[in-house]
Design a protein around this ligand. Sequence first.
Ligand code: GLY
Length: 398
Amino acid sequence: MTKTRILFLCGLFVFSCNSLNDKTKETFVEKELVHVEKQMDVLLRKANTAHRIPRTVTSKNNIEWTNQDFDWTEGFFPGTCWYLYEETKDEKWKAAAEKMQSQFEVHKYLTTNHDLGFVFNCSYGNGYRITKDETFKQVMITAGNSLLTRFNPVIGCIQSWDVNSGWQAERGWNFPVIIDNMMNLELLFKLSEITGDHKYKKVAISHANTTLKNHFRQDNSSYHVVDYDSETGMVRSKQTAQGFADESSWARGQAWGLYGYTVCYRYTKDEKYLDQAQKIASYILNYKETPKDGIPFWDYNAPDKPNTYRDVSAAAVTVSALIELNQYSHVDYSHNIDKLLKSLASDKYMAKVGTNNGFLLKHSVGSLPHQSEIDVPLNYADYYFIEALIKYEGSHSN
Ligand code: GLY
């Protein structure tokens, strides 16, 4: 912690929302990170005993581990361990990250889903950023190449879900693209940067532009799923999968869009991405029916508000994105950032050490329409909250 603080003071990674003199913020982050480390240590002990990667908690109050065949969330707990290694320099976290990510390294060859960006950027990507280990870079390249196989140049997008099995096969889709897919672009942008090969970035830009054209409504909220015709590139339908209705705004989807376009701006400096990120932020932050603490309901248009679930994961992704957006934008999001971080750190959402099966945050929603993971802890809510704290502290170097 001391070293990052020195880097911070040297002004190497200064985030505009984190004023150098602001002792209150510094104390807040320090206190939260102490809490985070204690609680993640509880989770790590359980993970080490089980030799598995934690995902969430079941209705019987047991830890649910990631699916070893493939799980879109498998990169998050190793990623959390990388962040804690970066913060503490305790080798325990590095060893844990390496051990856990090696469990799914073989998934770098999968070409059957779009989540390789999530999985390999949060795990191996953070590992490479921190250690510069060349073997991690090679894993990222293989995963990136697998992801590129899902790009259709006629449409200009990466296909999100396959449609030949599971519940996706029942929807009549041809080439579904979900807003979440914006989160897989960071791996591609990074790969162009570290390999010098522009093919990754070209696909990322094409995907971002096509999504910008087709996924957003007049009010800057986004559809969850846009289905394309893979032969003609035409839009077949605009629907939802995890939201309340086709025309509703699924909360985490809005957060993925915000984060995704902020990252696009980071790598391209193209103003249209900054503009889009600001518009999404405006939708999220000005939504009148969101409670005062800023933690959104699971869908902005859920019919039974306020007697329905919040989605803490959406808030965690949002605040992490906003901290970065605040560096680029003429709009000052500091007040919103402070509010969201404080809310997430409050007793209402933050578990006491030793409770919540070792997860940090309570009250997230995975997929309400699928009756899956409702009002539970989720490994990605914890990951993005920790990422946000580190960005807020000013020691995160992207
Ligand atoms: N597909 C990622 C999510 O459920 O948000």
